[in-house]
Design a protein around this ligand. Structure first.
Ligand code: F6P
Length: 328
């Protein structure tokens, strides 16, 4: 029989995402609700290795549901990738009387968590938090909705100046391996073309689409480029390439960068964080381990960490079709 859970640690790891604070709050308050002790771990897995712990009560997490970033701070720990680092982390958890861990983060976090569980059989559940939305088995990750709204607002502003000057704007958005931000923000902000990591359509397609836009009477254009797109050129090289054959375009490049990761979480992300935080504590007290809490068709689901890490997420062809039709 699984050991009874009395004390749960919570950490945030990898790139921060809006909604992480709301998820920590939900974990801490669920512990309080079920009379469990809760411990915050600072700086992700690195804090586990250095025993950077602090007891958290329901009142420790007041006034954070609306804050971006993570008050527990985050890191990408190199030391946790080593067996020795993970052994130190395990010893610290046992010494502190901690029975289980909630890890809030993305694929790097879940990979670390899986190794940790396999080596020490230590109960662990994950909450998906990354603006990229690139985790298998959940419809949404924390921070993605907020980031989309930030991106659309930024592109709307750029459109104002693009149309005032008849300019062509190339706008880079985040997404190393997944085009979710680019495709959805591109549709939402009315981009003429969207370049995605999941497609390798070559530069010619972008050039054809620019030609089409010109012929159809458009005087300004917005092209959304995911940072991981596969043309082999960075966004400045793409701009240079277009300018060689299209001197008539006044081309500008805008890299949105880390503003996409900040800001107050949207209501959607706050509610999702609350659902997943409660679900994480309840899963642990039910004896579950090695799972991620996800959401599918509005319902909280349990996804094995191995499944969450699979790289076979389906690309939304229907959304691509919608983008093609609405940009004519
Ligand atoms: O994984 C989230 C993400 O924001 C990616 O979209 C981006 O490529 C990366 O993190 C940037 O990471 P860093 O802040 O470490 O440069």
């Amino acid at each position: 029989m699984a050991k009874k859970i009395n004390k749960i640690a919570v950490l945030t790891s990898g790139g921060d995402a809006p909604g992480m604070n709301a998820a920590i709050r939900a974990v801490v308050r669920s512990c309080s609700y079920y009379n469990l002790e809760c411990v915050g771990v600072y700086r992700g897995f690195q804090g586990l290795i250095e025993a950077d712990f602090e007891p958290l009560t329901a009142r420790s997490v007041r006034n954070i549901i609306n804050k971006g970033g993570t008050f527990l701070k985050s890191s990408r720990s190199e030391e946790f990738k080593t067996k020795e680092g993970r052994a130190k982390a395990h010893k610290n958890l046992i010494d502190a009387g901690i029975d289980a861990l909630v890890a809030i983060g993305g694929d790097g976090t879940f990979t670390g968590g899986l190794y940790f569980n396999n080596e020490f059989n230590f109960p662990i559940v994950g909450i998906p938090a990354t603006i990229d939305n690139d985790i298998n088995g959940t419809d949404y990750t924390l921070g993605y909705d907020t980031a989309l709204n930030t991106v659309v607002e930024a592109i709307d502003k750029i459109r104002d100046t693009a149309s005032s000057h008849n300019r062509l704007f190339l706008i880079e958005v985040m997404g190393r391996d997944a085009g979710d931000i680019a495709l959805n923000s591109g549709i939402g902000a009315g981009a003429e073309e969207i370049l995605l990591p999941e497609e390798d359509q070559g530069i010619q397609r972008m050039m054809d689409s620019l030609e089409k836009s010109k012929k159809s009477g458009k005087t300004s254009s917005i092209i959304v480029v995911a940072e991981g797109e596969k043309s082999g050129k960075n966004i400045f090289q793409l701009a240079e390439f277009i300018s060689q054959s299209h001197e008539e375009y006044d081309i500008k490049v805008s890299v949105l960068g880390h503003i996409q990761r900040g800001g107050s979480p949207s209501c959607f992300d706050r509610v999702l964080a609350s659902k997943l935080g409660v679900g994480a504590v309840e899963a642990l007290t039910d004896g579950k381990t090695n799972i991620m809490l996800g959401v599918h068709h509005q319902k909280v689901v349990h996804v094995p960490l191995e499944t969450a890490l699979k790289e076979d997420r389906e690309f939304d062809q229907e959304l691509r079709r919608v983008a093609n039709i609405t940009s004519v």
